[in-house]
Design a protein around this ligand. Sequence first.
Ligand SMILES: Nc1nc2c(ncn2[C@@H]2O[C@H](COP(=O)(O)OP(=O)(O)OP(=O)(O)O)[C@@H](O)[C@H]2O)c(=O)[nH]1
Ligand SMILES: [Mg+2]
Length: 869
Amino acid sequence: MGAILRSILPIRSSKKDEDDDYNVEYSFATEYTGPPVSYDIPKAVPVDVGGIPTASVVSTPANSGNLSLPVVYPVVKRRAEFFSSEVKGNSVHPPGSPEKEGSSVSLGFSDSRENSHEFSMSSDGDGLDNDCHEIEELSASEDDQTHHEISDYDNRAQIVTFIEPDSSSMVEDESDYGEPSIQERPRANPNVKKGSCHHCLMGNRLTMKECCIVCDAKYCSKCVWRVMGSMPEGRKCITCIGYPIDESKREQLGKCSKVLKRLLSDFQLEQAMFFEKSCQVNQAPCWLIIVNGKSLSSDEVLQLQTCSHPPKGLIPGSYWYDKLSGFWGKEGHKPCQIITPRLSVGGAIMENASNGNTKVKINNRLITKRELLMLKLARINHKGSPHYWVSQNGSYQEEGQNQIKGKIWEKPGIKMACVLLSLPMPPKSFISSEEEIGHNGSQLEQKKVDTKPLTKILLVGQDQSGTSALYKQAKILYRVPFSEDERQKIKTLIQRNLYLYISILLEGLKQFEEEYSIQIRRKLIDQPGTSDARSSVENIESNKFSLTAKLNSFSEWLLEIVNSGNLEVIFPAATREYSALVEELWKDKAFQATYARRHEVPALPIVADYFLPRAVEISSVSYEPSDEDILHADGITSSNGLTSMEFSVTSSLPISFMEATEQTDTPLQRYQLIRVNSNNLGYNCKWLSMFEDVDLILYCVDLTSYSEFFLDNDLNLKNKMLESKKIFENIVTHPNFKNKAFLLILNKFDLLEKKIKTTPLTQCEWFRDFNPFITNHTYNDGSSDNNNNNNNASVAQYGFQYIAAKFKKLFGELTGRKLYVSPVTGLERDSVNAALRYGKEVLMWVNEENKPSTGEWSSASIETSMYGD
Ligand SMILES: Nc1nc2c(ncn2[C@@H]2O[C@H](COP(=O)(O)OP(=O)(O)OP(=O)(O)O)[C@@H](O)[C@H]2O)c(=O)[nH]1
Ligand SMILES: [Mg+2]
């Protein structure tokens, strides 16, 4: 969508640096598609293309001094070379400087305020029964105990004993952008007067400042832009980009000061904070996160972060995790959250994980007094030291007994009990989940989890290629429910896109209105004095594309918001405030006249046809997206970052994945589908190495992109198909992906069928030699079936085969191997199911080095293509 807007909206600049020396502008890279910008040191100034953030463009200022950096964004530099020369005029100290040596890193889990909040009881006990008095007593005694725990804990936290990465993990973590040791982090110059800005050395304690999350240097509002540039990793001095953050600031990630809030637009701020939280180098070093006594690998951390209900504020430290129920907590403490269960992270849970001193166990963990009281309040038997197996949806049974006794989360009063006891409740989707504990309770669940290794599938493609649609389709196919949170995010996305489609139509309306007025005026000039002309004058007054004054000002306002890139900011309030206006607009004749001519508004995405007719329903507060709406939505979340899900199917080749999930006698094969947009992979797909352990890569190409263009960050117009080819080349030649199985997904086949009628493939320079041997059948009466659907379908089939053969040839030349291809219509479930089944076969063939013998609807047919290699 950004690309569409970039191509239709005028280029305009946003906030400028106050310093005149800086004559280039920068913005935040959300839809980065071109190469990274290399620069000497930065004075970064914003470039805002039509209000839609694009990539960083940074200039060399006249007075940049002797500081020179290699490529800064998004490549992370090696620390040593970074500080080989002194940084003039900057406050950062190279590692090894006196103040750094011997310094220790403190890594508190959280401050004591948070802890005391967490353990404080909110009830005053009025009107509560004995149980509640018990809560109070417990509260008092536990609080005492807790405060001890807290202070002990805090003391411990100050001198956290890091688990030293052992040699094997060092080797494992040694990548191009390998984790540096924390000691290498630059520090701010301690000689700068307290309270002064570390850049201009002006100001005092009262001056508001923003702080670098690596070196802790503080900058006043005049310097912060200059020193931090376009913030591809959040609030870091440019000289600190690529360095791990100061761990004591981990909890502040994504929370900036008022200084930045004033300097940046809301949208820019959100982007910068998004990068701060999500970029690789800012992630907690995985080996410092310990779950059930085991240090995590980067892959396990990724799983934790990308699951549907990740742990909040994951910072280095020791945690326990009950994989069956999803209970999660800090080691030695009560549960603080219920996260996605059944993730294969960390070791097996230990009996004393939460330091429980009751004799009651849940999933092999001795529960704490608070949890015991929760069971009591929920009228669940807690006498006789029962050992329970509890599943994700709260159904519980006694260990070894094949009899579900009930569901904890459905017990009356449980919600109140959890609130009073500061215990977590699971998300609604967990409670309604069908999953029950198996016959052998946790052991069966454990078996399910562990019987087969996880097969990882990476789904990647250029923006608009349809990766989100395929991912969502897979979610529906494998019955992985959309969590409440996901639904909410997609709802906002759909509503935001609706406003965007309306704004595009309003642009069209303005143009139609103008054209109509000119037409009428012309008539007036051509026929002066006639009655026709008189009526034309009246027509000017009642131009059928003119909105009422009220709707006109709404239109102006909306276009302004969209052009300034702030559309996101008005949600969710817009649904409350403007739904009535949207309804009025939708019913307005001028708007309807424009809607009738929507196909003349080129910037309107095709999918708008699906949502616009329900504009009134969608714009209202009460709108709840259906699965079909979710599927059609452009994207998954507004940022469309990394998404991942896990599902299990039987290991035998199923007729369909869905049927497979119902066969319980065959062992389960576990899959993880990770979806990533190529924009998130960085220059030359650098970040692909994060996915080096995937087994199958599904590369998604939009079949209709051959005639589409986008503006790269240097404002060059680029063909989308050629760009997709370039990304493909980068991925297949990536050293980590040498012998991986690849399946090329040629998506939007349905749209190709329509498009190829009017727009020949030869429009793309890579497809210049396309020449389908299709002749129109001419009937005896002389008519032809030029517009016949079957005929069009066969041209599209040829087009598909041709494009597939082009990619196969390219793949062969680059890797010497064979590429498998599948045509897909992402919005059709069967089509996606067929492609994924084919992917499973490809994986098998590649693993067994066997050739496919039979072809289904899928790519086998192109083996014999006339364009084949
Ligand atoms: N007609 C048609 N539309 C499709 C198909 N696949 C995807 N789309 C639509 O194309 C648009 C872009 O698809 P997305 O799934 O968002 O693709 P993406 O841009 O790669 O994914 P994100 O980066 O996550 O947004 C959406 O509006 C989809 O509904 C298809 O096969 N046929
Ligand atoms: Mg998209």
